[in-house]
Design a protein around this ligand. Structure first.
Ligand code: ADP
Ligand code: AMP
Length: 214
């Protein structure tokens, strides 16, 4: 299946993408993760995008389209994928359609994760990530066994720079202006299914499964 997860930052897309990726044996592809890897490695691209990401702004369409085009060309993504965090603009969505058309393929589903702003702020402010294996925790809802330490590899968990309050506010503004128009875009193509993303992770997983079976 070729699936896109849409929804504001903190809606739980990455959490569900990791679970679904395992169940479906399909790669979960997050442009945010690809970009953060560049930042961590200090590549020229990373140096360019790091400050933009920290402020909660979007990286340019040209750059992200190139990244996703390269990633979707890799063998593991040929037959299916879960896209998390791409597309974020109508231009990116059009570019994705064009990329898929080249291999005579189409998206199967676009899942919109619906949450309220209060939940978003709570989830983002409590999010902690492992810098080594990228596992996502929340210090209240998904705490590690030992506080502040990754269960998998013992690395010290980090607060993302863009999960600080100022950047959260900016990311929500950017989401409303640039990404929300994608609801209309995918609705008009008959691909959009909205799920309630409030509730426990397993409740959301059950709703996601039902949406994918539709
Ligand atoms: P996104 O990828 O949409 O930005 P994440 O999957 O990283 O969101 O989730 C944001 C935060 O909320 C993380 O700290 C995660 O552990 C937590 N979280 C995800 N899903 C739920 C849920 N259903 N209930 C409570 N907390 C959740
Ligand atoms: P995420 O991990 O999805 O929350 O993304 C973190 C940050 O990476 C975003 O705030 C943007 O700065 C950048 N980013 C990730 N994906 C995209 C995209 N598709 N288009 C533009 N910027 C992106």
């Amino acid at each position: 299946m070729r699936i896109v997860f849409l929804g504001p930052p903190g809606a739980g897309k990455g959490t569900q993408a990791a679970l679904l990726s395992e169940r479906f044996s399909t790669p979960s592809i997050a442009t945010g993760d690809i970009l953060r890897r560049h930042v961590a490695q200090g590549t020229p691209l990373g140096l360019q995008v790091g400050p933009i990401m920290d402020r909660g702004e979007l990286v340019s369409d040209g750059l992200t389209i190139e990244l996703i085009s390269d990633r979707l060309a890799e063998p593991d993504a040929r037959l299916g994928f879960i896209l998390d965090g791409y597309p974020r603009t109508v231009n990116q969505a059009i570019a994705l359609e064009e990329l898929l058309a080249e291999i005579d393929a189409k998206l199967d589903r676009v899942i919109k994760f619906a949450v309220r702003t209060a939940q978003i702020v709570e989830r983002l402010a409590g999010r902690r990530v492992c810098p080594a294996c990228k596992t996502v925790y929340h210090f209240v809802t998904h705490p590690p066994i030992v506080e502040g330490v990754c269960d998998n590899d013992g690395a010290a968990l980090l607060l993302r720079e863009d999960d600080r309050e100022e950047a959260i506010v900016r990311r929500l503004e950017v989401y409303g202006a640039d990404t929300r128009p994608l609801y209309e875009f995918y609705l008009s193509r008959g691909l959009l299914i909205e799920i309630d993303a409030i509730g426990t992770t397993s409740e959301v997983t059950a709703r996601l499964d039902a949406a994918l079976e539709q």
